[in-house]
Design a binder for this molecule. Sequence first.
Ligand SMILES: Cc1cc2nc3c(=O)[nH]c(=O)nc-3n(C[C@H](O)[C@H](O)[C@H](O)COP(=O)(O)OP(=O)(O)OC[C@H]3O[C@@H](n4cnc5c(N)ncnc54)[C@H](O)[C@@H]3O)c2cc1C
Length: 418
Amino acid sequence: MHSTFKLPEEPFRSTDPLLGFDLDPAHRAIIARAAALAAGRFAPRAAEFDRTAEFPADDFVDLHEAGLLGAAIPKGWGGLGFQPHSSDPFALWMMTKELAKADLSLARCWEGHGNAMTLIDGVGTDAQKQRWFGGVLGAGEVWSCWSGEPQTRVPGQAARFGTTVERVDGGYVVNGTKVFTTGGGGVNHAILLVSTAGPGAARHGTGNADELLMLVCDLPNPRVQFDARWWDPVGMRATASHLAHFDHLYIPDDNQLGPGGAFFAGKWQTRFTPQYAASFLGAAEAAYDYALTVLSAPDRRADPYVQHHAGHMAIAIEAAHLWLYRVARLWTGGEDEAAQLAAARVRYAVEHLAEDVVGHCMRACGARSLIRPSPVERIYRDLGFYFRHDSDDQVLATIGRSVLGEETDVSFFRSARA
Ligand SMILES: Cc1cc2nc3c(=O)[nH]c(=O)nc-3n(C[C@H](O)[C@H](O)[C@H](O)COP(=O)(O)OP(=O)(O)OC[C@H]3O[C@@H](n4cnc5c(N)ncnc54)[C@H](O)[C@@H]3O)c2cc1C
């Protein structure tokens, strides 16, 4: 006699995504603390920050009060020791993932802040570390990194974006414009990536690598004006990535971070690129959690198509974790060259895994998953826009070039740097 299989009353819960990964227990506890804060405080605020396109300042106050703002500062300087270049980058990436699960815009701002801490630790002087790490840990100061000076014009764009830098007595003078200044008007300091060769900065510049400077701009500053009207995007609205005008901004030598070219010489962007993947994964995991909640109703979870969608999502989420873990272990295992090349791979792979997860979530959950207050509506817009931060055509071409033995720019996904 057949016994009928009965679905359990309790809905299915996904297993802990970090199960089986070798993470320091202290790191695991800090990630759990960040996850609780993100779920309890940041997720409920995300919709309003998105609506008003407002920098999530309250979230950063909470991160400071919870002792998490200095996560990427080394322990020797009073931080939590999550710096990706001399600790376990997987720990930082998993913390970023938790913030992204609550709010992808917050995660982008957090990435910029963490990247700034890494650059200060990597190339700053002891006096600079003392001053700037002290400001973060003591006063809750928030940082960002601004390069964006895309050189191609788009319809409706009145003038070309870009900065010029002039050497003067005791420092530099910056003039011109930047776009995508994440945290513009909300952060206390920004590392300006600017080039003495002219407009284009790091990402869009064509000058010699050693002409790129990192100059720290203290904010607010009457010589830096933000134009918020420029920022009315489909997603990532709360990054407040405004258009900035620099009008004879003087930056003293004390605020220069490392010598010219230090950014490229240290291949720092390869340390930062996997962070995008961690953020994409966080957004995908939030969509997955939403889907599991919706689909755990007995009539839905018995449906074979729903089961396929759930299976796809589970595998994609797991694959993304495995990718990030592999890249982290290349770094911690001292395989620097392989890790630098793997940055592009994890960026590309996780973009498509995350896109897949959100697609399966929407197909399985239906149209109401895209109506507010469903978080999937925002995740879909945010991810679709955030993916454009790098062109995945160029990322894939970079990977192909390295496979074929062609010269490869591991920093910014284009053919060889001049
Ligand atoms: C949400 C978000 C947050 C961001 N935050 C920051 C930040 O904090 N700091 C920062 O510095 N930047 C930031 N950026 C900006 C980012 O670094 C890029 O500068 C920006 O996305 C470039 O804009 P674009 O894609 O419109 O332009 P483009 O770079 O012009 O790219 C448009 C398309 O044209 C192609 N293309 C461009 N130039 C060429 C060429 N010469 N030959 C062939 N193809 C080409 C590209 O591959 C792409 O497909 C952010 C971007 C986003 C979306």
